[in-house]
Each structure stands twice: as structure tokens, then as C-alpha cells.
Design a protein around this ligand. Sequence first.
Ligand code: ZN
Ligand code: ZN
Length: 363
Amino acid sequence: MQSIKGAVLYEHNELVVVENMELGDPGPGEVLVEMKASGVCHSDWHVVKGEWWDIPIPVVLGHEGAGIVQSVGAGVTNVVPDDHVILSWMPSCGLCEACQIGRPNVCYKQPRSTATARVGHSGKDIPFLSGLGTMSSHAIVSEMSAVPIDKSMPFPQASLVGCGVTTGVGAAINTAQVQPGSTVAVFGAGGVGLSVIQGAVIAGATTIISVDLLDNKLEMAKQFGATHTVNAGDGDPVEAIKDLTGGLGVHYAFEAIGLVPEPFVQAIHATRSRGTTVWVGHAPLETAVTLDARDLMWEKTVIGSMYGSARPHIDFPRLIALYQSGKLKLDELITRSFPVEDVNEAFKVLGEGKVARSVLTFD
Ligand code: ZN
Ligand code: ZN
């Protein structure tokens, strides 16, 4: 047993409590990780706000993290103590049909750790969100969630690869397979939307239109490679996108907000004939989207993207290589850094749209 501290959500829409807890040893196939940084992702905020009420609470929050392997359980061969790792919230079994065809991001089994931490004063055993719980000084995760990385990689930047960057860049590169010289529209300029923009840049798109309601985020979008910006508060963003693309619409549109129905449909309307729309945003449960039956008639495609269609053991090191070669901006994504004790402030600035990404630290 060792003492740890982590951000626990007890009640929806209430302040998160940073608890001192006790954590045991990793079981077979599990890894104990000392967390060094955790991104603050909108998905955690969905959980806090009760918009994903199917996730049981209380729970140790966080699913975007990087740290150092402290110890390993029986049978673990993928990592050894002192390895630096990024944590994947989609551990894969390797054997199901999805894994065997190279799509571990939609593994049918998802062998997550079911480890819990004990709160001393209440005796409660609290699970870790997504089998990770990265807003905690330590966590026990599945071996398949621990992806070893280059030790020169700074942890805050590495942590973002664990969710938002992989989700966004992967949606452009893996899911949509954006082509050189193509036109792209990205709805939403948060951490994921900015990463979609970066993915489109890396893929060679030449027109990249960022759509958001906040001018400060549209300014960020330009820094990350958007060639044009559209404030959706100024009028119909679909018309604005068509005006920027010779009346045709874009080859690829991405919904990277995941809050309300409209952008999911606007993204489809913003594509040209045979265009592809990728739904990246993970909306509140029961968000109903209404389509016109003719919306897809011009041979349009709509595809969901789960974790940027990533194969974490391939894609995490590639994203790091892109960062190290100056082709992927991660430093610029980190707007704020907070000690874990200030997790509620981090959620507040997220809700206000003031940050690209915040990162929590544990010293
Ligand atoms: Zn996330
Ligand atoms: Zn599988």
C-alpha cells in the first residue's frame, strides 16, 4: 500500500475533491504508474457535468496522462520500471476481430484495469476513470494502456498525446485520410479541434477553415495552421464555408465540439459532393441529431472517429517524432498548468473557453 492523492468526483455538478487515498500493488497484467502530468479534457468535464451519466461515480477523474512506470504485476513484459509511458484509454486485447484487422481503437474487449483506490476516512474504494484516472499522483492501469516513449519527451506535452492530440490529428490522418491539396473545415477550436487542424496541415490540406464562436479560439486556430476562420455567431457557417470554397463546400468536414446537435449537421452540409464528414466530438448522452433524408444524396460519407482511429503503440511514438521534428505543435497547446489541488480552477477555465488545454501536475 502507498499513499496517493487524486481528483475524485462524488456528485455531478459539484466541486471535485482532491483526496488522499491508499493504493495497492498492480495485479497480473497491470502496471503501477507514477503520474507526471494529466491533461484536462472536455470528456472529464462531460462526466463532471453529469452529461455521461452512464459512468458510475464516485470516480477518480482523468484519462489523458503520462508518467513513469513504478512497478509491474505478474506477466507484464511490455514495460519495466522507470519506463516513461503515455497512457491509452483504449487498451486492446490483440485477439478480437477489430484488433486482428488493425483497428485496436475499437477493440471488442477493451481489457481495462479494474483497480481501485481506498479513501481512508470513508473506507470507500474508488475506481479510476477509463481504467486510468490520470488526475491522480499514481494509478494502476492495464499493461496494454502503457505505451513506452522516448525519455527525452517532456511529460506535459506527452500527456496530451494520450487523448486530445491523438483524437484530433488521428481523425484527420487516419480516419478521414485527408489528401494533399484538399479543403477542410473544422468545427470547434478546442484542444481536439486544434489538433484536427494540425493533422490537416501535416496531411497537406491547403485550405483549412476553422469554425468557432469565440474569437480568441479562432486566433489560436490560425497559429495552428488554419488558413481561414469563421465565427459561427456572425451568420450561417455553412454559407461562409461555401463562399470560401468556390461555392462547392469542403472535401472534409470535422465536428470537434460535441456539445449540441447543430454542428454535426452543419458539417455534413459544409461538404461538397462525395465529401466526407467525420464526427469527432463526443456529445452528451441522448443528443439527437436530425438529418434530412437527402443530406447524403450526393454520395456523401459520414463516419465516426474513435480515438482518432489510432493504434496507440504505433501512433503515440509517431506523434512524438512529429513533435520532435517541429511538425506538431504541443508546447503551444498548453495554455495553463495547475497543481492537481487546483483541478476545479482548471475545469472553470475549460468551461469558459479560455484555454486550448490545461495540464495538471502532481508535485
Ligand atoms: Zn479526452
Ligand atoms: Zn481486441
